[in-house]
Design a protein around this ligand. Structure first.
Ligand code: C5P
Length: 400
């Protein structure tokens, strides 16, 4: 059963260009079997027609406070009581400020004041408007009143600027609504995750790297967020978007990754080492670009620290999860690695040939822990990440 089945979502739409995305959101909510009642402010109707929203939601759209016909069907106080959740998407700077001071000067603001249901806002506005102290103070006031603020995202804006202020995408909002009704099993748990490759410099323009795409680590970060965890992602260089809600710290080398991980160990309940960390780095990095003047080039390399092992052996170690990429005897070598590194859980996959894994969109994992294990068959890395996070959560809570 969908977490949203028969949930009553009152979707408020205010006046902003992102209002057009609300149409897709209604479609997704209805598809997930929620009951959706759309309420639009007068300004919203400049961006998207009530008829569109009515057709998608299957209910007549409420716009006016003093509409005698509509009030006769369901008065505004009843409407405020009807909702299990009020989501305002997009929430304009103007609406946020009216909500912060408790105004009731249109139907939507009145409903927000009259409801006892939770309220969530998906802000959407120009980045300067979002960053303006007035808006930020209003958002703080609303957060203190337990109004949930979903987003905004960073990125290109309709006004041509780039920065924070984009409304979350409809799919992301659907996920937020769904999480709201069935919160994850890792609420309040702090997860630290490494992902992607490291790049070890040779000279100012060259490095030793590897083919890790970072996809598995990023999918894990998303899956942890879905389960309600707070996620910090220490990421090597990848070309992937940061999953919504994840705090990302970019690094290049193994030593930088180690430093950023160790600095956050005291605020970490679960540590997942998904990065393909270079085993060696150049002993000396050339100050200038190396010229091809000789027939042979010799480079001396030294071992990098093993970040996972260090975390696992720390005095108050978090629940630790490592990865093992092997070309043969998967379970045997992975179990040996789990013991050698002293980690709670290891997720092993076969690499080489057409096995999935590095650079691929799919993967399969053999997951091992003290006294047990599970096989997760070949599937899309996003789904695989969700299954792995469920296993991690289960074992983490058992150990707790
Ligand atoms: O020893 P190996 O590189 O096969 O171990 C893989 C696991 O150890 C992965 O979880 C990887 O992220 C982690 N690792 C690490 N620091 C290193 C090398 C590997 O955290 N220097």
């Amino acid at each position: 059963m969908s977490a949203l089945e028969n949930k009553r979502v009152l979707l408020g739409i205010t006046g902003g260009i992102a209002a057009y995305k609300a149409a897709e959101l209604v479609r997704l909510l209805v598809q997930a079997k929620a009951q959706v009642q759309v309420v639009m402010t007068p300004a919203a109707a400049n961006f998207i027609t009530p008829l569109t929203m009515q057709a998608l939601s299957g209910r007549s759209v409420r716009q006016e406070m003093f509409d005698t016909e509509q009030e006769a069907v369901m008065g505004h106080i009843d409407l405020a009581r009807w909702a299990d959740l009020i989501l305002v998407a997009p929430a304009s700077a103007d609406f946020i400020s009216r909500l912060a001071v408790g105004m009731a000067n249109d139907l939507l603001a009145t409903l927000c004041l009259a409801t006892t249901a939770p309220i969530a806002l998906a802000p959407a506005m120009n980045r300067e408007m979002w960053q303006n102290q007035a808006t930020q103070q209003n958002v703080t006031v609303l957060s203190q009143r337990e109004v949930e603020i979903w987003g905004p995202a960073d990125g290109e804006q309709a006004c041509g600027e780039v920065g924070p202020g984009r409304m979350l995408e409809p799919m992301q909002l659907l996920r937020q609504v769904s999480d709201h009704f069935s919160p994850g099993v890792l609420q309040g748990v702090q997860v630290l995750l490494t992902a992607g490759p490291t790049q070890e410099p040779i000279d100012p323009v060259r490095y030793v790297g590897n083919r890790s795409s970072g996809r598995m680590g990023y999918a894990l970060a998303s899956a942890f967020i879905q389960q309600g965890a707070t996620v910090t992602l220490i990421s090597g260089p990848v070309s992937l978007d940061t999953p919504v809600g994840v705090q990302r710290v970019d690094v290049e080398t193994a030593l930088e990754m180690e430093r950023e991980v160790i600095a956050r160990l005291d605020q970490c309940d679960i540590f997942v080492a998904c990065a393909a960390v270079a085993d060696y780095r150049c002993e000396e990095v050339a100050g200038q670009k190396i010229k091809k003047s000789q027939d042979r080039l010799e480079m001396s390399m030294v071992r990098n620290p093993d970040i996972l092992q260090q975390v696992a052996s720390a005095a108050s170690a978090p629940f630790t999860v490592g990865f093992a990429a092997e070309t043969e005897r998967l379970a045997e070598l992975a179990e040996a690695k789990r013991n050698a590194k002293g980690v709670d859980m290891i997720a092993a996959n076969l690499v080489g040939g057409d096995q999935g894994g590095f650079g691929s969109a799919e993967n399969a994992l053999t997951v091992l822990w003290e006294g047990g294990g599970a096989d997760l068959p070949m599937m899309d890395k996003k789904r695989l990440a969700q299954d792995l996070v469920e296993l991690i959560a289960k074992k983490y809570h058992e150990k707790d």
